[in-house]
Ligand binder design. Sequence first.
Ligand SMILES: [Zn+2]
Length: 441
Amino acid sequence: MPTLACRTFCTCNKSRDGPLACQQQCLGLHHLTVRQRRQPRHHIQSNTLPVDIARGPAVLTGITPAQSPRNFNDAPPSKADARFRSLTWNLRNRRRKGAPTSRPDQSVEPLVKRLTWSEDETVHPRHLLPTVARRELQDATRVEVQHLLAEDKFEDHDCPICGGSDYELIADTERLGLYFPTSFCTRCGLMQAQPRPTQDFYNKFYERYYRRLYEGQETIPDERAFRSRASRRPANFVNWVLNQPIFHEQIAAETDLILEIGCSAGMVVSRFADAGYRAIGVDLDPTFMELGRSLGYDLRLGKLAEVELPEAPAMIFYHHVIEHITDINAELATCAELLPDGGLLVLAVPGLNYIDKVYRSDLREYLQIAHVYNFTLASLSALVMNHGFRLVAGNETIRAIYQKGSPMDPTALFDVERLSARWRVQRLEAGRRELVALVDD
Ligand SMILES: [Zn+2]
């Protein structure tokens, strides 16, 4: 771990008592600093791994059956070993419950061999093990998506935060076992799909496969299901926003316009509307929108840049949507254009630093083909700050409120993100070994 001088986490260098007391650019990120200090208790120490993490992708993708954890862990038992055993126990337990830890379907193997990202590296079939339970329809859809991926080429792109093009590959597959390379930017640390499936692929994917792959069913919920689902995650999110002082400083009930992008059936919009706020939802897909409309909510078809609004919104929010958008900078630029000075941008995305709670410490379970970017509060903030916003409130869940005007300097957050990206790579590698070990059993 680096020393905990304030300059480690921000550039202000003004706090005498280190980063925990920093009132400058670390503001709002104190808990992240605390998390950094606690890491050694939880993460698997690099000296118990048989590979040099710093050597990068060649090492991380080249697992062979001989390299099972039983054979290559020469280090003496440690807390990390205990952690490793408990993770393995969880996986065995999942297998007993009929969850997917069986050998991968051999029929996909010839296809797999064609999926390469360089001349001498091929995805090992063992890596195509799904790490989450699926329904029958999901399995069938997975094979179709695998074929579509093989047809459509992957393409390189520059990092949306720092513009860099130097990446370190850390994973070749995602939670359902689909080939989906994930890398982190060596300059700013943003973890992202790279090389990335083309926009063409994503257009087809959302049109034909997304719901089937994610839900495992194609039925549209009825009103009862709508209310019940809206009372869970959407309600938690809306309550969190309503509990933030900045929301009440900026937004007046009934007169100010709140806009949601990617509203689907309008569950989050419904919670704001029921609380007395003027809320409009926008989405590209009309299928689920009909349900919300029939319940009396204002939902409109279209893109943020095109949809007609009665007035400029005072707040725009994305609830688990922005991590799906490939041209994320264009989207954020449109938000910055639409919002007045002092306007709020509220973002909720899955948090990389929250995988212990939601994804059982399994980074691969977190990675999914629809998510082209994987954020921590630091990387999300660095991205949004580039568009003239400042962070007002946020946590690693991730829920964050940004305000237009007096932007912060995003480069201050690069070091934070790079450090935690390196730490996650170690955990990912450990998780992958467990899967390989189970297959070898
Ligand atoms: Zn970058």
